[in-house]
Design a protein around this ligand. Structure first.
Ligand code: C5P
Length: 156
């Protein structure tokens, strides 16, 4: 019995340590500023309830073994049904209250026409339209990126 108890304890503590390590590791989220014809594509989140209807740069979590660029290309294919070419970072990384680290990248369309496959809606915004956007209508983590997005569009 002592052997089984010891084995059980060992398995339980290892599982707990493993879970702890996973929880502690910051997870990366990547988001795409797809720029086309002087406008950037924003998508309206469908979930969770507190973010539903708010605008974001489309993207998602980086899975193990992926680079930021491969994750972003996959997420945009899944969410918008389009192929993109990922360019350099835009804005500073943002620490999400739940521990996620968010990174925005500039991107351009390679093929396909984006469609809101997983979002409520999507819309192309000019710099002026972005400046007029109410920040309450933008997901909190993405708000800091808006000024730099406007600057990129002004140069585009
Ligand atoms: O889109 P998805 O649910 O995979 O995103 C994972 C997390 O990253 C969510 O907590 C979401 O709120 C956050 N996120 C964000 N801004 C984005 C994309 C995702 O805050 N542009």
């Amino acid at each position: 019995i002592a052997t089984f108890v010891t084995m059980g304890w060992l398995i339980a503590t290892r599982a707990a340590r493993g879970a702890h390590r996973t929880d502690d590791r910051p997870q990366d989220v990547v988001a795409a500023a797809i720029v086309d014809d002087g406008r950037v594509l924003l998508a309206q989140r469908a979930h969770p309830a507190e973010l539903a209807g708010k605008w974001e740069l489309p993207g998602g979590r980086v899975e193990s073994g992926e680079t930021h660029a491969t994750a972003l290309t996959r997420e945009i294919r899944e969410e918008l049904g389009a192929e993109i070419e990922v360019a350099g970072r835009i804005g500073a990384e943002v620490t999400h209250p739940n521990g996620l680290m968010l990174y925005a990248y500039r991107a351009r369309l390679r093929s396909g026409t984006p469609a809101a496959l997983e979002h409520l809606d999507m819309q192309w915004f000019s710099a002026d339209e972005l400046r007029r956007l109410d920040l309450d209508d933008v997901v909190p983590a993405d708000r800091d990126w808006i000024p730099e997005l406007c600057a990129v569009l002004d140069d585009a």
